[in-house]
Design a protein around this ligand. Structure first.
Ligand SMILES: NC(=O)NCCC(=O)O
Ligand SMILES: [Zn+2]
Ligand SMILES: [Zn+2]
Length: 469
């Protein structure tokens, strides 16, 4: 084998969900070929055209963010990151795979939505990408199409208990989709909020003149997240289907997941950095600044964070994704001045997940291996991408991050790479920073310089959930 298509990453601490070892990593043709203890005879014998010095660095699997919305149409506008800008920002933050949501619009086929998402993403991405499918119209034809999509590698479908008239499905439709998933192996993802009740409270708030962004948090009540989570679990039980609850924000919803998992049900939960680090205090920021933090499920009072961290430690929550769905403050969030229900829902974050979770390691919330588990390995397993993605092992794609655990940085709109005019974490100080990123062996970030290009990222069909027997 010529050494020109080989890279060796030498001298770092390799951290995976399972292990930490001072090892050198040999990469051949875009894949991990071998690991060997640093200083061992085997590692010393490796020759390569490219040798990367990882002394003093962590060598991590690239992050796997299984919840992004590039260019999502919402509330009369579109999420401001394209696949080109959003995946570049993801790479800057040490994420090397995203799973975005293709959208079925009501009255149209799943296939049409999927084709649209390919048209948006193909030849544009800096890192590898895959799709889930948002199902907005459960009917006989849609259910048949789901089987075909599973065979093609779209193995998860998101249904909404929220947003009546847009993405909402009623319980009967959700049950039918879950039954189909029980048959075809798909994982049903649920946005668990009681959208019908929330819409009543929205109207009552607006009628009473409560129009500021903070009221978004007040009407989207904890009880209505907990109730919907409970209902989703019962529907999944009736269907005999596995369930993945997205963007869990409330302690009471974690309790529902924990109770289900105590019964050994195949129920999984995801939370996001915004629920772990931000709160209703942000939604209450004056001069309409709270609009920057409008997302659903909403930010919660700070007291909920302890339950989310505990859930991540006890495995009642398995995944941290970003739900990256950015809208600029100017021109987009402003659509809801005077009516919080018109603020496009979503927050930017794809660039900051790995760093914020590293800070959580330093703050004592999770261990270093759990960081990699919830951000890389488990999301890859959950959505049928492991061990190609999510770990560093012979045969895995060489998606590798060199991480400087001692570098200091301050998160800011001035320095981030997402296409959005504010940072939800403006001024937040974190320790640790991505230094170099390889995607299938290609250097996309080289010592804090972007060296990637649009179109490097490949569409990646997925297998089914690897947590099911
Ligand atoms: N989360 C959010 O506020 N926007 C994106 C759509 C969704 O995930 O519900
Ligand atoms: Zn959602
Ligand atoms: Zn989302």
């Amino acid at each position: 084998m010529s050494s020109s298509n080989r890279t060796v990453v030498r001298g770092g601490l390799v951290v995976t969900a399972a292990d930490e070892l001072h090892a050198d990593v040999l990469i051949e043709d875009g894949r991990v070929a071998a690991l060997a203890a640093h200083g061992s005879e085997a590692a010393a014998g490796w020759t390569a055209g490219n040798v990367i010095d990882a002394t003093g660095r962590y060598v991590l699997p690239g992050g796997v963010d299984v919840h992004t919305h590039m260019e999502l149409p919402f509330g009369g506008t579109f999420a401001s990151d394209t696949f080109e800008t959003g995946t570049r920002a993801a790479a800057w933050g040490g994420t090397t795979t995203i799973v975005d949501f293709a959208v079925q619009t009501q009255g149209h086929a799943l296939r049409e939505g999927l084709d649209q998402w390919h048209a948006k993403a193909d030849a544009k991405c800096a890192i590898d990408y895959a799709f889930h499918m948002i199902v907005s119209d459960v009917n006989d034809a849609t259910l048949k199409e789901m089987d075909l999509l599973v065979e093609e590698g779209i193995t998860s479908f998101k249904l909404f208990m929220a947003y009546p008239g847009v993405f909402y499905s009623d319980d009967g439709q959700i049950l039918r989709a879950m039954q189909r998933g029980a048959d075809n192996g798909a994982l049903t993802m649920i946005h668990a909020e009681n959208g019908i009740a929330i819409d009543v409270l929205v109207q009552q708030a607006l009628d009473a003149g409560r129009t500021d962004p903070r009221h978004h948090g007040e009407v989207r009540k904890v009880l209505l997240e907990a109730e919907a989570t409970h209902r989703a679990i019962q529907l999944a039980r009736v269907a005999g289907a596995p369930l993945y609850v997205v963007h869990v924000s409330a302690a009471e919803a974690v309790a529902e997941l924990a109770a289900a998992r105590d019964k050994n049900l195949p129920v999984f939960g995801e939370t996001c950095p915004q629920y772990l680090f931000l709160s209703t205090d942000n939604l209450a920021e004056p001069d309409f600044e709270g609009a920057k933090y409008v997302c659903s499920t909403p930010l919660r009072p700070r007291e909920h964070q302890a339950a989310l961290w505990r859930g991540l430690r006890t495995d009642d929550l398995q995944v941290v994704s970003t739900d990256h769905c950015p809208f600029c403050f100017n021109g987009q969030k402003e659509l809801g001045r005077g009516d919080f229900s018109k603020i496009p829902n979503g927050m930017p974050g794809v660039e900051h997940r790995m760093d914020l979770l590293h800070q959580a390691v330093l703050d004592g919330h999770i261990s270093r291996r759990r960081w990699i588990d919830i951000a890389c390995a488990t999301p890859a397993r959950m959505f049928g991408l492991y061990p190609k993605k999510g770990t560093i092992a012979p045969g895995s794609d060489a998606d590798i991050v060199l991480y400087d655990p001692t570098a200091e940085q301050t998160l800011s709109v001035e320095t981030h790479h997402m296409n959005v005019d504010y940072s939800a974490y403006e001024g937040k100080h974190v320790t640790g920073r991505v230094e170099t990123v390889l995607s299938r062996g290609h250097t996309v970030i080289d010592r804090r310089e972007y060296t990637g290009h649009a179109g490097h990222g490949q569409y990646t069909p997925r297998g089914t959930c690897q947590f099911l027997a």
